[in-house]
Design a protein around this ligand. Structure first.
Ligand SMILES: [Zn+2]
Length: 86
């Protein structure tokens, strides 16, 4: 068994489409239901800690601007890129 049941380390695009404007690095320890980690908001640039119940879809609320940061599943963003022809 690994130490983590879930790990993500992702950039988040801003509304203008800048792909690496924000960042989320988070994990759930094996046997835990709490998502822990840190984020940088793509919209306001503030950073903060993540400590919340883990559920899908992943939504992290920015403590700076109150924006909900949505993390699409990696599979979905790959599909979206294919649609865009990337
Ligand atoms: Zn923000």
């Amino acid at each position: 068994m690994g130490m983590f049941s879930f790990v993500t380390n992702r950039t988040l695009p801003d509304k203008a489409g800048k792909e690496d404007a924000g960042h989320v690095k988070a994990f759930v320890k094996t046997g835990s239901t709490t998502l822990e980690g840190e984020y940088t908001c793509p919209d306001c640039g503030s950073s903060g800690k993540i400590n919340q119940a883990f559920r899908r879809p992943l939504v992290i609320k920015c403590g700076g601007c109150g924006e909900s940061l949505r993390l699409p599943r990696l599979k979905d963003s790959i599909k979206a890129e294919k649609r865009k022809g990337l």
